[in-house]
Design a protein around this ligand. Structure first.
Ligand code: PLP
Length: 263
């Protein structure tokens, strides 16, 4: 019997269930792969924001990775919230030590409510150590600006940032345009390893229930890569999946509500 596809998220938790490891596992479940998780940090969080967080000792990150590597067969993995430079570095060491398949890097920096989920001095570690390992990197506009040092004001600068991320070592890039001003559509720029570039547009949905969209996109890409899809089709599938989860929202909490993974 063929082994069931197993995937991994290396990230932070969200006690509110909408983002981070929880969103990743829900997405993986919905995409019919077996989700596993290496927890890097624990947040006290709800739909109103992040109240507190603490990173686990890096030794425990190492041990979780070793536990998986000695038993499971991880076909693809992603990273999310990594907290600080020491944890980014620890995760990088584990990704070099073990074969967890193609890596999707979601360079999580700041939550919608404004909480910093990555220390400022860790951005350089992400840029220098983690991005070069990435099969796919999935920054939003502010993250792409921080990683490349560019100011993104229009499509042309988004394209420039995409190429800059490839120069940093990422194979494939999707820059998420959800933070741009355009009221009608959310436009993402995709640049593939072979130089192919295209835009993905989705109608902008008037909702506050968008908590965890970035996590969900990168988790879905990871799931699809594990199932053998090409990077281009994994990205397209993930974009469509996120759009679906935003369309028919569910009422949970009083703030930025979670996505609907049953949609
Ligand atoms: N909490 C954790 C642990 C996350 O990983 C993320 C996003 O990656 C967030 C919160 C923020 O989610 P959002 O900005 O969608 O509210």
């Amino acid at each position: 019997m063929n082994e069931f596809p197993q995937v991994l998220t290396i990230a932070g938790t969200d006690s509110g269930g909408g983002a981070g490891v929880m969103a990743d596992l829900k997405t993986m479940q919905a995409r019919h792969v077996f989700g596993t998780a290496v927890v890097v940090a624990v947040t006290a969080q709800n739909t109103l924001g992040v109240q507190d967080f603490m990173a686990l000792p890096t030794k425990l990150v190492d041990e979780q990775c070793a536990s998986l590597a000695t038993d499971l067969k991880i076909l693809a993995c992603k990273t999310g919230m990594l907290a600080d430079a020491a944890h980014v570095h620890a995760v990088v060491e584990n990704l070099k030590r073990y074969d967890f398949g193609p890596l999707t890097v979601d360079p999580v920096m700041i939550a919608k409510g404004g909480a910093a989920l990555l220390a400022d001095d860790a951005i350089q570690t992400v840029r220098d150590e983690l991005i070069p390992l990435a099969t796919v990197v999935t920054p939003n506009l502010p993250e792409a600006e921080k990683l490349t040092g560019l100011t993104i004001t229009n499509n042309a600068t988004m394209v420039k940032a995409g190429h800059a991320l490839q120069t940093l070592g990422a194979n494939n890039v999707i820059i998420k345009g959800g933070h741009e001003a355009n009221p009608q559509t959310a436009n993402d720029f995709v640049l593939l390893a072979d130089g192919t570039a295209f835009w993905l547009s989705a109608p902008r949905v008037a909702t506050v229930r968008t908590h965890g969209t970035g996590d969900t996109l990168s988790a879905c890409i990871t799931a699809e890569l594990a199932k053998g899809q090409s990077v281009a089709s994994a990205i397209k599938t993930a974009k469509a999946y996120v759009a679906g989860t935003i369309q028919e929202t569910i009422q949970v909490g009083h703030g930025h509500g979670p996505l609907n993974h049953w949609a």
